[in-house]
Every structure is written in C-alpha cells, then in structure tokens.
Design a protein around this ligand. Sequence first.
Ligand SMILES: Cc1ncc(COP(=O)(O)O)c(C=O)c1O
Length: 379
Amino acid sequence: MKISDFLLERYFNRYEFKAPYLLSSSDCESISIRDLLILGNYKESLEKLQDLWLGYTESEGNPQLRAEIAKLYSSISSEQILCFSGAEEGIFVFLNVLLNPDDHIIVQYPAYQSLFEIANSIGCNVSKWIVEETDTEWQFNIETMKDLLQVNTKLIIINQPHNPTGSLISKDDFQSIIDIAKKRKIYLFSDEVYRLLEYSPSFRLPPACDLYENAISLGVLSKAFGLAGLRIGWIATKNAELLRKMSAFKDYTTICNSAPSEFLAILALRHRKHLVHRNLEIIKKNLKYLDEFFMDYKDLFEWKKPRAGSITLVKLKNDISSENFCKKVVDEAGILLLPSTLYEYGDSHFRLGFGRKNLPEALSAFRNFVKEYQNGKEK
Ligand SMILES: Cc1ncc(COP(=O)(O)O)c(C=O)c1O
C-alpha cells in the first residue's frame, strides 16, 4: 500500500512535544490515571488495576467496555460495537473493508486527512463537498452535496461537529443526508469524534447509526473525554456483515486493544457525564477569552465563533500567508498553530484549539507575539 504523508500528523510530530504552547490541539484537557481512579472508588479500582491480567483481550473489545459504549446510542447493542486503537484505526479498517478501486465517494472538505487519503490510496474517485465561508460562519450546503452524487456513489463521509471549522449542520440537513443515503443505498460514514461537545444541547445531532442500518458511527475517548492516551475508539453500526468484515480485518492491524486501556476506558465511560461536562466548561471559558482577543485584533484576524467542538479555523486578513505566519509564531514564540496548508485548504487560515486548561497562558504569549508582529509591520 502506498499512501501520502499525513501532513497534519507530520507537523505535530515535529513540534508537539517541543513547543511550550499548544494552541491548535483538538483533544480536550486530559487527566492522570490517579484522577480517573478517584472518580470511582479509588482503593477498589486501584487494586483491580494492579491485579489486571496482561494477556490478549477479546478482539471485538472487552464486553463490559462494549456495553458501556452502547449506552451512548439509543438503538445499538454491545454486539453492534467494534473497538479499535483510537478512531484512526477505525477509519483505516472501515475504508479498507468497504472500498474498491474506482468506487466513488463524497467527503466533507476540508477534512481530517485519513478520511479521504485512505480512499485515494485504494484508487477511489473522491469528490470533495467543500465548506462555504461567509464573514460570520462556516456552512455545508446540502445542494452542493447533491450535485456531487453519481450513479455509482458508494459512500458519503461526514464529520460533525466538523474538524477543522467547528461548524455543525442543522438537524434537518442531517436528516436530509440520511434520507439521500437511504434512498440511493449509499453507505454513510459519520465521524462523530467531537460529538457531545456542542455548546448547546439543542445543537446535538443524533448518532447516524441510530437512524440508518448502513450508517457507520465513529467514536473515540480522545476528544470530548480528553483521554487520547488510552487509544480507545470504536465503530457502531447495525450492518452485521460490515462488522464481521472489519473484525476480520483487525486481525491484521492490532488484533485487540490494550487491557489496561480497556479497564480505564470502562471507568471513564461510567463517569462520562462528569468528564464531558468538565471539558465543555473549559471550552466555554476559553471561548470568552478568545472572543475578547479577536475583538482586539479585528484588523488582523477573522474569527467566526464555532458551534461545537474544541477547534476552529481562523482567517488571516491582508493576504498574509498562514504557512509563514504559523512558522514565525512557533519559531519565535514557541506557540503551535496549524496552517490550513496542512489541510490542503489554501494558505489563509490557521487551526486554533481551545480544549486545554492553559489556553489563557498560551493566548497571552500569542498576544505578545501579535503586538510585536504588528509593530514590526508598521516600521
Ligand atoms: C475528525 C477526526 N477523526 C478522527 C480522528 C482520530 O482520532 P484519534 O487520534 O483518537 O485516533 C481525529 C483526530 O484528530 C479527528 O479530528
């Protein structure tokens, strides 16, 4: 298999553990194992963790873990859940199982690269459903998606809440996508890794797998739960044949998950409301700081308040190259932002992340950088 580099992950690989300030991370604030154990009965959980057997576990995922995950859906049983090492493995396995060369697929764009790059590597024909940008918001227009449909369209890939814009389509538009997919017998892959991070519960879309038997919902503990280091992701679908094929494919990737991660993931999911609430509170607080910041620097940045999630795209005004700007920011101030070139989406935006507790500190360093940057421009 030949596949292009994952541009964003390569960039993170270069800077993530060197730059003092991360202002573009998509995962929310994490916690320690101790903090997680404390959420339950600390002594009992610690003993269980210490006595945990470190052998292989069930390939589909620990049964208790699958049962906890199933509670996130309204009509999915634990047998309809397949666990993976992160969401990334789920994307890789699903696309490899479903797609053949020359299949046509539609994908929301810009996108987390693996959502289309794996299809490219298989030799599929990929149509990009490109987001529309106004002065105040990001929008995916359903009519644009309809125009991309072909007689042989096999799969539509959506990611809501959306990486990187933080936009979220309406419930009506979501239902229209489901209706179109159902009518034309098209599979729907719904990357829901930022689900539960909607700023108002009324914005929340139902999981696609609850609405359509050929919908595949992707979930993970990395984002809303802030537990990226556990590497626990999953796919939920009512399509038994797909589940069987993905399970067989997993024998060639990771075989099973890590037992300690599964143990901790069960604990985390039993306290899911607490974890998600904590991260949403961090996000909401950070958004207030960001509102103030962007109000102060209206002449340099175009800030469109997102509707959900922990990231968004900010536009640089005055034709400034985002690639040059982000390089200067990380080299001179140690602040990591992601230029939109990493999404192959022009050179005018950067991705901002605001799910971390130290955002005020990072933003203050960014403010100092911006002041100097503007002074330099004026001279
Ligand atoms: C939209 C989307 N899908 C999938 C993933 C992969 O998640 P993980 O790193 O937990 O495997 C990410 C990570 O950033 C993402 O943003």
